[in-house]
Design a binder for this molecule. Structure first.
Ligand code: PEP
Length: 255
């Protein structure tokens, strides 16, 4: 009942020319796969590339989003970009709470709740990233950590406001490391996140909520992860920068 969502987080990579040809290639490859409507595919370029990418993606069905937005609507915040500006640049979605931002910019749940509010007010659909550190997994704290991240960011929002929300479970030890969670490890966390969403917002909300897995997803391991009923797509970093590997992952979702 949940359409899989494969999202490519380009991070601080590519330029206008490369971005345009990647999007054109993606659109053509996705159309030729057939079943395009049975899998949502999105790209999340750096801010500067959003208008170019949105123009290239127009009419293709590809989703375009940003990798972050500021918590305030506007003002004296040098170097930052507001949610409404992200929307104005052509994005419909925004990634929030990626582990690189939690690590490098000390983003915590209180800040993420504010960013979520700003994103929703601008009409953006958020992908909220959660995930444990390796030492937290080794200490048996995985479920407690990701639950606290979800509860801390989402508690208090009306369920209706979060209808467009996606959660990405991204174990930090799997991001950019070539080390992937096993399907069993991912499913255990996804199940618990869905239970947590049901406690917060009710069973109907939880049943509709898309929960992506992220962390060293490649064409090789995509099908084994994406064939799990609990895994509703992938948030992909490195492998989203190259047409063949990203499409290989989309094929894994359609298999
Ligand atoms: C990410 O940064 O969200 C990610 C999952 O990266 P990678 O696929 O490169 O591990």
């Amino acid at each position: 009942m949940r359409t899989p969502f494969i999202a490519g987080n380009w991070k601080m990579n590519l330029d206008r020319g490369l971005a345009r040809s990647l999007v054109q290639g993606l659109a053509a490859a996705r159309a030729s796969l057939g079943g395009a409507s049975s899998c949502d595919v999105g790209v999340f370029p750096p801010f500067t590339l959003l208008p170019e990418v949105a123009a290239a993606a127009a009419g293709t069905g590809l989703i375009v989003g940003a990798q972050d937005c500021h918590q305030e609507g506007k003002g004296a915040y040098t170097g930052c970009v507001a949610a409404a500006q992200v929307k104005d640049a052509g994005a419909t979605h925004v990634i929030l709470g990626h582990s690189e931002r939690r690590r490098d910019f000390r983003e915590d749940e209180a800040l993420l709740a504010r960013k979520l509010r700003a994103a929703l007010a601008a009409g953006l659909q958020p992908i909220l990233c959660v995930g444990e550190l390796l030492e937290e997994r080794d200490a048996g704290r995985t479920l407690a950590v990701v639950r606290a991240q979800v509860q801390g960011a989402l508690r208090g929002f009306p369920a209706a406001d979060l209808a467009g929300l996606t959660i990405a479970y991204e174990p930090v030890w799997a991001i950019g490391t070539g080390r992937t969670a096993t399907p069993e490890q991912a499913v255990e966390v996804h199940r618990d996140l869905r239970a947590c969403a049901a406690e917060l917002f009710g069973p109907a909300f939880a049943a509709r909520l898309r929960i992506q897995y992220g962390g060293s997803v490649t064409p090789k391991n995509a099908a084994s992860l994406l064939s799990q009923e609990e895994i509703d797509g992938a948030l992909v970093g490195g492998a989203s920068l190259e047409l063949d590997s990203f499409i290989g992952i989309v094929k894994g979702a359609l298999a």
